[in-house]
Design a binder for this molecule. Structure first.
Ligand SMILES: O=C([O-])[C@@H](O)[C@@H](O)[C@H](O)[C@@H](O)C(=O)[O-]
Ligand SMILES: [Mg+2]
Length: 428
């Protein structure tokens, strides 16, 4: 007879470790990635001896909020998510700053409490899964797929960081170089969808890049995301030029009103991870019919459970669902994979920055997550199914201390080489 466990698992200790990992000079509309990307690794330990992992942004402002929240969590049972959220609310009650959100100013309207809550919620789910011997996907309603498809994420990029040797990706500054980048990434990982980070060069050049990708990859769904860099007029023009070529157009312009104006004129779905980034954005966006696909992201939607709620709301209103990413490590990939597996209407291939990090730059024991045919198999062991590699954590923490970066600042980094660079949108 199986034994029932009613044992409580109270939070006894929370450790937050900032880490840095090497990142190539990937260009976007606000600047360029610095040589290191930052993350914070959250470990919760319970009085019953279990531990769970979470991963989030590593910017100084965010770290300070994580630490303020962590200090309030001792003694709470990991099953009591409402109490955890209440305490985090209280801890951040007087925090009105928008600084240190980890996205170089590209996503500013999301909920601070939800950003801070997210890694704690993921770590508690990891512990709950271990306590009952079930994968996190089961705690989210059960996996509806055993493999999660991800998308190739192409970037315009420099050959290498200024002053350093070119990296082994080389430059990607024109259509031919982007096609070569796509070929390598698709061959290496097997991705069957392709996203291009746009908003970097003139829209005509980015359209030419998409058309070149279409020719080279006739069967791959394509997307382009200029992060709101285009005016409404430019977005409509590009949207008409790419009609029938891309599966969705992501954040061509800023704001719900701007997106709604574009949506009225273009045929393809508009997607966003910029104008709908919190629950109170959903009503105005639906009312204005501004977007047809929302990119979820558990790092700013308050964790895995709330991201599933977002999925249900999208389903209710007939919105498509995809998944956004930022530079991330293996704990986040595990969480994204469990969430996507347990979200029936997440039917688009999810974004991931995974191929851009060095294989040996991670904090988890290698081997738990592998790409095959562009997909990651959903871990079936208890919890998230990934284990912390303490030596690697220490090494990436040393890298954090040594690299001197404490806030992601794509604009500041680009301005070191192009002092007149102005990211103000719309750029075109
Ligand atoms: O990593 C980047 O440069 C991306 O531009 C990222 O910061 C965005 O948040 C993201 O991937 C997006 O889809 O907007
Ligand atoms: Mg985006």
């Amino acid at each position: 007879m199986p034994t029932e466990s009613t044992e409580s698992h109270r939070i006894a200790d929370v450790r937050i470790t900032p880490v840095a990992f090497r990142d190539p000079p990937l260009l976007n509309t606000v600047g360029v990635h610095e040589p290191y990307a930052l993350r914070a690794i959250v470990e919760i330990v319970t009085d019953s001896g279990l531990s769970g992992l979470g991963e989030t942004y590593g910017d100084a402002g965010h770290l300070a909020r994580l630490r303020a929240a962590a200090a309030q969590l001792t003694g709470v049972d990991v099953w009591h998510g409402n109490e955890i959220e209440r305490r985090i609310h209280t801890a951040l009650a007087t925090d009105t700053s928008k600084a240190g959100h980890g996205m170089s100013g590209m996503v500013t309207g999301s909920s601070t409490v939800h950003r801070v809550l997210s890694p704690f919620e993921v770590a508690c789910l990891d512990i709950r899964g271990k306590a009952v011997g079930r994968p996190v996907s089961d705690l989210l309603g059960g996996a509806v797929r055993d493999r999660v498809d991800y998308s190739a994420y192409l970037f315009y990029k420099w050959a290498g960081h200024p002053g350093a040797e070119p990296d082994d990706w080389g430059p990607a500054l024109d259509p031919a170089q982007l096609v070569a980048q796509a070929r390598r990434i698709v061959d290496d990982y097997g991705f069957s969808a392709i996203k291009l980070k746009g908003g970097v060069v003139a829209p005509e050049e980015e359209v030419a890049a998409i058309l070149a990708l279409r020719e080279e990859f006739p069967g791959h769904p394509l997307r382009i995301d200029p992060n709101g860099a285009w005016s409404v007029e430019t977005s409509i023009r590009v949207g008409k030029e790419l009609d029938g070529v891309i599966e969705y157009l992501e954040d061509p312009t800023s704001g719900i009103d701007g997106m709604a104006a574009v949506a009225r004129e273009v045929a393809m779905p508009l997607a966003t991870n910029m104008c709908v980034v919190a629950f109170d954005h959903l009503k105005p966006a639906v009312k204005a019919d501004a977007v047809q696909v929302v990119l979820s992201d558990h790092h700013f939607w308050g964790g895995l459970d709330r991201s599933r709620t977002l999925g249900n709301i999208c389903d209710t209103f007939g919105l498509g669902l995809s998944m956004h990413s930022n530079s991330h490590l293996g704990i986040s990939l595990a969480a994204m994979t469990h969430l996507a597996a347990a979200t029936p209407n997440l039917t688009y291939a999810c974004d991931t920055h995974w191929p851009w990090k060095d294989a040996d730059d991670d904090v988890i024991v290698p081997g738990a997550l592998t790409f095959e045919g562009g997909a990651v198999a959903v871990p079936t062991g208890p919890g998230l199914g990934v284990e912390l590699d303490r030596d690697a954590l220490a090494r990436l923490h040393e890298q954090y201390l040594a690299c001197g970066i404490t806030e992601r600042d794509d604009t500041g980094y680009l301005r070191r080489f192009e002092p007149d660079f102005d990211p103000t949108a719309p750029r075109w």
